[in-house]
Ligand binder design. Structure first.
Ligand SMILES: Cc1cc2nc3c(=O)[nH]c(=O)nc-3n(C[C@H](O)[C@H](O)[C@H](O)COP(=O)(O)OP(=O)(O)OC[C@H]3O[C@@H](n4cnc5c(N)ncnc54)[C@H](O)[C@@H]3O)c2cc1C
Ligand SMILES: NC(=O)c1ccc[n+]([C@@H]2O[C@H](COP(=O)([O-])OP(=O)(O)OC[C@H]3O[C@@H](n4cnc5c(N)ncnc54)[C@H](OP(=O)(O)O)[C@@H]3O)[C@@H](O)[C@H]2O)c1
Length: 270
């Protein structure tokens, strides 16, 4: 018995620093997957924040990247929604994780896409492209979103229809969610668009704002700083274009230290 245990110990992979065990993996497309890990008991975060996660690199050092936590702050597990970059240092390997595997999770959540960075308002807008929906997957499951605002809008622009699946399925599941389904009620409006594959609503959301389609379809005539708050998460180009639109409408950028009417965070660098 003792000998067997000793042999097992000596062949076991070295323990990871800040290890978290994977409990579930789901592949959505050949470029996108989501996974859950056990939540360290001591980890506290605000819905919308991100953490550093990763794996041990070939050199034995942690290979870490920023990831938005896609689950809400009350959840027992931590969920992440990830790109698969075929030659990406981290995701070329991370995409192969299985339940039972361990990842590194640095327990220091930070970020600007948090309710604390916004002043009170009537409507909250979550504008996402691609994996930029991840922080909003957290926020649309946070009771505070529905306590603080009368209406909640989530827009998601992707190239292809299948890239919308993660968000669409999540939004649909909220109606029957035993914890927050009643709070969500009919307050949450989901506005998906595609740009390269045919779908019921086509075009960049920026174009649909600028040509008036978005607000006329949603019956909103008075978008502005008196009523509206916004959070933006996408590519650098998307964030820049959205900033110009929001500033043009009179909204000012906020921060944890100085709340205002909108906040922005990059979904990835490059
Ligand atoms: C604040 C913040 C939060 C982030 N949250 C997430 C998240 O929740 N989910 C996630 O998948 N990524 C997220 N990222 C990106 C993430 O940190 C990594 O870049 C990504 O995991 C790829 O890592 P890599 O080592 O494989 O490739 P990297 O060397 O990091 O990236 C290689 C190239 O792939 C492209 N790329 C990287 N990430 C993405 C992406 N998400 N979508 C489209 N193209 C991309 C870029 O062109 C980049 O230059 C976030 C980045 C930041 C700064
Ligand atoms: N998605 C794929 O199928 C795919 C496949 C292979 C490689 N890649 C590479 O992966 C990287 C990221 O691709 P991604 O699709 O995840 O992210 P992305 O290029 O940022 O595009 C995501 C969505 O955001 C839209 N968008 C981009 N810039 C915008 C802006 N300034 N304003 C408004 N909307 C904007 C895109 O519309 P447009 O379509 O109009 O740009 C697309 O619908 C790119 O380098 C790409 O070359 C992507």
């Amino acid at each position: 018995m003792t000998q067997t245990a000793t042999q097992t110990d000596s062949t076991r992979a070295p323990a990871l620093p800040d290890a978290a065990t994977v409990t579930e993996v789901r592949h959505w497309t050949d470029r996108l997957f989501s996974f859950k890990v056990e939540r360290p008991r001591s980890l506290r975060f605000r819905s919308g924040e991100f953490v550093m996660i990763g794996l041990l690199g070939d050199n034995g050092k942690p290979l870490l990247r920023a990831y938005s936590i896609a689950s809400p702050s009350w959840a027992d597990e931590l969920e992440f929604y990830s790109i698969k970059v075929q030659d990406g240092p981290l995701t070329s390997r991370l995409q192969h994780i299985q339940p039972g595997d361990q990842i590194i999770l640095r327990p220091k959540p930070v970020g600007t896409l948090v309710h604390d960075a916004l002043l009170p308002g009537k409507r909250i807008w979550f504008f996402a492209t691609g994996t930029g929906i991840a922080p909003f997957a957290s926020l649309i499951r946070d009771p505070q979103t529905y306590e603080d605002y009368e209406q909640v809008y989530l827009t998601h622009t992707c190239r292809d229809v299948a890239e919308l699946d993660y968000g669409r399925e999540l939004v649909e599941s909220l109606k029957d969610d035993p914890l927050i389904g009643e709070m969500v009620g009919d307050k949450l409006t989901y506005y998906p668009t595609t740009t390269r594959e045919e779908s019921p609503r086509m075009g960049r959301v920026t174009t649909l704002i600028e040509n008036g389609t978005l607000f006329s379809e949603l019956g909103i005539a008075d978008f502005g700083p008196a009523t509206d708050r916004a959070m933006v998460c996408g590519s650098l180009a998307f964030n820049m274009d959205m900033k110009a639109i929001l500033e043009g409408a009179g909204l000012r950028e906020g921060a944890n230290s100085e709340p205002a009417e909108y906040v922005v965070e990059k979904a990835f660098v490059g």
